[in-house]
Design a protein around this ligand. Structure first.
Ligand code: DX5
Ligand code: ZN
Length: 230
């Protein structure tokens, strides 16, 4: 566990906004990363899609490698893949610090979560809006990060589903104290406080950060909005 002790230091800094590069300008990725670093980001979220688990494609291993070369921020890699077990090693090698896999494609996620940790990364477990809490509930203490999707994964810019707040509250109650409780999809100035009150501490935000002109101002605004007691 020592290699992932940094997770505890990240939890201590929460609430944190986790900017999702999916909404960044990929034609100017280095500039976008510098701007988001200067805006105070402490972590970066990268969405990996296979066109099978989700009806879209995004970026893969070479882009994670490229991002790794230009920033020291922890990279939180969200694998929206039907066969994540085939790819955790190459993504770790590419520089992922957190690797999140979906419960929907794993009967028992524990061996894969263990493998991720053995590779020296933090292990995340994600679930989609229609997936009942009972599916992930037995494994909450096997993950360093639990990611609740508040939209169907595959695209940025969708509308937040408030039904997930109940799941976040359950996770808050049943996970270990140093767990990153993350929410992803439609997180913005209107939805972030409800997520924080429910117990989330790490807020993936794509459009609501990269879709604005002043990233620093927006990161401050969203962070302040998340500073409500659960
Ligand atoms: C959706 C991705 C998200 C996405 C969120 O499939 O997992 O991380 O970037 O985008 P917004 O914040 O625009 O809803
Ligand atoms: Zn994501």
């Amino acid at each position: 566990m020592s290699e992932i002790r940094w997770i505890a230091s990240l939890v201590a800094k929460c609430p944190l906004i986790n900017p999702s590069l999916l909404a960044a300008d990929f034609g100017n990725l280095e500039r976008e990363i510098r701007r988001i670093e200067q805006a105070g980001a402490q972590i970066l979220h990268l969405d990996i899609m296979d066109g099978h688990f989700v009806p879209n494609l995004s970026v893969g291993i070479p882009v994670v490698e490229a991002v790794r070369r230009i920033t020291e921020l922890p990279l939180d890699v969200h694998l929206m893949l039907s066969e994540p077990q085939k790819y955790v090693k190459p993504f770790r090698k590419a520089g992922a610090d957190v690797i999140t896999v979906h419960i929907e494609v794993l009967d028992d996620p524990r061996p894969l979560l263990d493998e991720i940790r053995q590779l020296g990364a933090a292990a995340g477990l994600a679930h989609n809006p229609p997936t009942p809490m009972e599916k992930s509930a037995p494994f909450l203490r096997d993950a360093d990060l639990v990611l609740t999707m508040s939209v169907m994964p595959g695209f940025g810019g969708q509308v937040f589903d408030p039904a997930v707040l109940e799941k976040i509250a359950y996770i808050r109650e049943h996970s270990a104290p140093n767990t990153l409780i993350s929410v992803d999809g439609g997180v913005n100035e209107n939805t972030i406080a409800d997520c924080a009150r429910a117990g989330a501490n790490l807020f993936v935000a794509g459009t609501s950060v990269f879709g604005t002109a002043d990233y620093a101002e927006r990161m401050r605004f969203l962070t302040n909005a998340a500073m409500v007691a659960p």
